[in-house]
Ligand binder design. Structure first.
Ligand code: AMP
Ligand code: MG
Length: 421
């Protein structure tokens, strides 16, 4: 993509948390992100064939009615209702038929009938159709029981959507069914926001950039980057692979500088320790705010502007990286993309586990539904990457203390509702 990027202009201190705040509740962190993120404004035209995941920048207006003409909803026999009545109706059949894509050229006189198939536009003179299963026919006539309801089995022109009507509103993210509607209404040019370009960078001296490369015992393969790039794609954005860099501030800085993106997700090095080079760099060269969010798994989430581009410094642990991406980055990116803030889909289901939780932080457990009840992964260890693959969603436990036992209603956030596929 060669368009000039116009990153949203955020104030340098936009991510600053009030003095003295130590642990930020999840809802406060979300409210803060919601208030500071700015939507993109660049627009592009896309054909529906290429528009999956794009966000409408203006209302989509029907260029054609659906259906464009009255047509038959069934296979059967069509006629003018006014010429029929009570009791057995026996009508002479015209020669020929009306089929989808093969309209009947002539008119059907009152008192006559014509063979008509599903999707065929109604010939002149026809307003009502009787299902073929309800008819007896021979070579010349069709018979059925009257009375028949007027306009039975007929679809009116424009009954679904009339030309000129608003089919979808600005801000709507296009899904597969929406593309069916856009195509049916002959909307060949969709004005959408330029898809958000999201850079993904992994950091860490121990990380090997990709599976398949040789690794020493002290090295591990990059699990976060393929996960985050795929999340970004599933959310409808353009994933931009910024690769992996060692824990070296100048290398990290060079990589951030060269990124041609609207927003960056990094993972690793985001805490406040000696080896946390991302947060150190962002503190000295960017405008870092380290948010100690009261969430498990999570640890600090580093938020900063780098040359005006928002950076989400996600934790290195894959479990924490996924939870922070899904809970904090997803709604923020949605807002940036023009689709507005999004809330996760929450189902309240009975628990199939027991747990006693202390107050002071929200917890997300890797979970899945079995017979409508939420099971959680046996280990809460945040290094358990297999638990992410085992799960179908997250159980969200409240900030407050709580005691869960078998049957307790809990909040279940399906992966699909978080855009995790
Ligand atoms: P950090 O946040 O850099 O302290 O990393 C926390 C943990 O996550 C450490 O065990 C790292 O080795 C691990 N980690 C960091 N980045 C990745 C990654 N991209 N893939 C897999 N594990 C990672
Ligand atoms: Mg690290």
């Amino acid at each position: 993509m060669s368009q000039k990027l116009t990153p949203p202009r955020l104030r340098d201190d936009c991510f600053a948390m009030p003095q003295g705040v130590s642990w930020v509740p999840v809802d406060d962190a979300l409210a803060r992100l919601r208030s500071v993120m700015v939507p993109l404004t660049d627009k592009v035209l896309l054909h529906p064939a290429n528009a999956l995941g794009a966000v409408l920048a203006v209302d989509a207006v029907a260029m054609r009615s659906n259906p464009p003409r009255a047509n038959s909803a069934v296979d059967g026999y069509g006629f003018a209702h006014a010429a029929t009545g009570q009791g057995v109706q026996t009508l002479p059949l015209l020669e020929g038929a009306a089929a989808a894509g093969q309209p009947f050229a002539g008119a059907v006189p009152p008192g006559s009938a014509i063979r008509i198939l599903t999707g065929a536009i109604l010939p002149a003179g026809v307003d009502t159709i009787v299902l073929e299963e309800d008819c007896a026919i021979n070579a010349t006539h069709v018979a059925f029981d009257g009375p028949v309801k007027v306009r039975a089995n007929a679809r009116a022109a424009g009954e679904d959507m009339a030309q000129g009507g608003i089919a979808l509103r600005a801000g709507h993210r296009l899904r597969a069914p929406d593309l069916a509607l856009m195509s049916a209404l002959n909307i060949a040019e969709l004005q959408v926001f330029r898809p958000l370009r999201v850079g993904v960078l992994s950091t860490g001296d121990e990380i090997i950039a990709a599976a398949g490369q040789p690794a020493e015992p002290h090295q591990i393969y990059d699990a976060n980057r393929p996960m985050l790039l795929s999340l970004v794609k599933g959310w409808g954005y353009v994933p931009v692979d910024l690769g992996h860099v060692r824990d070296d501030e100048s290398e990290i800085a060079a990589r951030l500088d060269s990124a041609n993106v609207d927003v960056i997700l990094t993972s690793g090095g985001a805490s406040a320790g000696d080896e946390d080079h991302v947060s150190r760099l962002l503190r000295t060269r960017g405008t870092l705010s380290s948010w100690r969010i009261a969430v498990k798994p999570g640890r600090p989430l580093a938020l900063a502007l780098w040359n005006g581009v928002p950076v989400f410094g996600l934790p290195g642990n894959p479990v924490a990286a996924l939870v922070c991406a899904a809970i904090f980055a997803r709604p923020s990116l949605s807002l940036m993309s023009g689709a507005g803030w999004v809330e996760p889909l929450v189902m309240t289901v009975p628990a199939a586990f027991s747990k006693s939780k202390k107050p002071g932080r929200r917890e997300y457990l890797r979970a899945r539904l079995v017979d409508g009840r939420a099971e959680v992964f046996a280990s809460e260890g945040s290094g358990r990457i297999s638990s992410l693959a085992w799960a179908d969603g997250l159980v969200e436990l409240p900030d407050e203390a709580c005691k869960v036992s078998s049957g307790t209603p809990v909040r279940f956030l399906p992966y699909a509702g978080l855009g995790i596929f």
